[in-house]
Design a protein around this ligand. Structure first.
Ligand code: AMP
Length: 419
């Protein structure tokens, strides 16, 4: 598999982490990213493209002579970008639009889970006030109300306040209302060619904006891996009870899922329960999981994209741990301010999530809500955490904020599994 030309789609922190992994793989001959970001520009050639335009992306893949297209974000997948590229005879890491419905529609995901017997929260799909009220009546608080469509990780409200739950349902139009799952959360990434499935290391992310899980939900404020508190048989159990039944059900429907199946779980008193599926790598967990992956990334993704994962050697992992801390713009998540000058953005360990270059002088500017991630590995979680915060201390961005407690509860042995 030598000499692979890879086109990577996307321009956030996840894609910067993917780009670092791909650039490190000796079998990757050329790495082109579209649209990329200033961090990715250090390891890839950047091209401009509208990532959700299937015709434009397929055209670019042909033009750059790509052997493999890696789709980072969910929106291009739901828009059918993987289908358009495959139609050109080019291998794609990422599911078809139909299979990406596992992320694109919460209702579809629930249907698949029910058919596959996957353990998940009881749920009702509602699109008017009466059905919303009836569904809320069936549950005790906290209420969980999810936008049915794509919402970039921000479509979920978990609240004790019924009026807030009802207001979110009204705003979204069509929602899924479901049982609250109590227990620590785990993100498990599974690389699959539709049939064979290879789990990566479980990670945990931090969805709420503030320390101690306070404030509104975000796209994710930090992450760490591995999980010292996770049950030893967790991954085997999830592969057996969740991943393989889901892949089988997708094949049965004629919509095999290949690419990255992200399983978001709560470890409840009754065992692991699926909170959500995503159809791509999670952000920011990718930053820590890939920091620990020793196996060359390009070869792994190419095997998944070409249906040859069964022949791929077992994954190798670095010992130790990894932590990433997101530095967010002032006002994130409600209304992030952009256009501020960043310093310290080029140090080792800085992953670019929402940055841009000022045309006039090349200065690095904030250009999104989540701006940078300080990422580090270490011999254990505490060392990795300290090193990640050291990276964050080297960054200046006016008005920015970050959580101070990433990985702290795990390091202090304070994550308890419910009994
Ligand atoms: P999602 O977009 O489905 O990942 O939801 C975002 C976040 O909302 C999750 O990471 C959880 O913290 C929370 N959440 C979603 N569904 C549930 C649930 N059924 N029970 C408890 N928390 C949930």
């Amino acid at each position: 598999m030598l000499g692979v030309r890879v086109l990577l789609l996307g321009g956030g922190g996840r894609e910067h982490a993917l780009a670092l992994g791909l650039a490190d793989d000796p079998s990757v001959e050329a790495l082109i990213a579209a649209p990329g970001n200033p961090g990715i520009a250090a390891v890839a050639e950047l091209r401009a493209v509208d990532p959700v335009d299937p015709v434009a992306v397929a055209g670019l893949a042909v033009e750059v002579g790509a052997d493999l297209v890696v789709v980072g974000p969910e929106a291009p997948l739901v828009a059918g970008v993987a289908d358009a590229v495959r139609a050109k005879g080019i291998a794609v890491f990422g599911p078809s639009a139909e299979a990406a419905g596992l992320e694109g529609s919460k209702t579809f995901a629930k249907e698949v889970m029910t058919a596959a017997g996957v353990p998940t929260a009881r749920a009702y799909t509602c699109s008017d006030e009466a059905s919303t009220a009836a569904a809320l009546d069936r549950f005790d608080p906290p209420y969980v109300v999810k936008n049915d469509g794509l919402a970039a990780g921000k479509g979920v409200v978990v609240t004790d306040d019924r009026a807030t739950a009802e207001a979110h349902a009204r705003e979204c139009g069509r929602v899924v209302i479901e049982e609250y799952l109590a227990g620590p959360e785990v993100s498990l990434f599974v690389v699959t060619d539709g049939e064979t499935a290879v789990p990566l290391l479980p990670a945990q992310d931090f969805k709420r904006v503030g320390d101690g899980d306070s404030g509104p939900n975000t796209g994710g404020m930090g992450a760490y891996a591995p999980l010292p508190w996770a049950p030893a048989d967790l991954v085997d159990e999830v592969m057996r009870d969740v991943v393989h039944p889901t892949l089988t059900e997708m094949r049965r429907r004629g919509a095999p899922f290949s690419g990255l199946l992200y399983v978001g779980l709560a470890i409840t008193a009754d065992g692991p329960r699926v909170i959500e599926f995503n159809a791509r790598f999670g952000d920011p967990e990718t930053q820590v999981v890939l920091a620990l992956l020793e196996t060359p990334l390009g070869g792994l993704l190419h095997a998944a994209a070409t249906g040859t994962l069964a022949d791929h050697p077992p994954l190798r992992w670095r010992s130790g741990a990894a932590v990433t801390v997101v530095v967010a713009a002032e006002g994130y998540p409600a209304g992030p301010r952009t256009g501020d000058v960043i310093t310290g953005g080029e140090q080792p360990g800085v992953i670019h999530a929402g940055t841009a270059r000022r045309a006039a002088d090349g200065a690095l500017l904030s250009a999104g809500g989540r701006v940078l991630c300080g990422t580090a590995t270490g011999p254990d979680l505490a060392a990795a955490r300290d090193a990640a915060y050291q990276v964050v201390r080297g960054i200046t961005l006016s008005g920015s904020h970050h959580r101070r407690d990433i990985a702290a509860a795990a390091i202090d042995g304070q994550i308890a599994l419910p009994v």
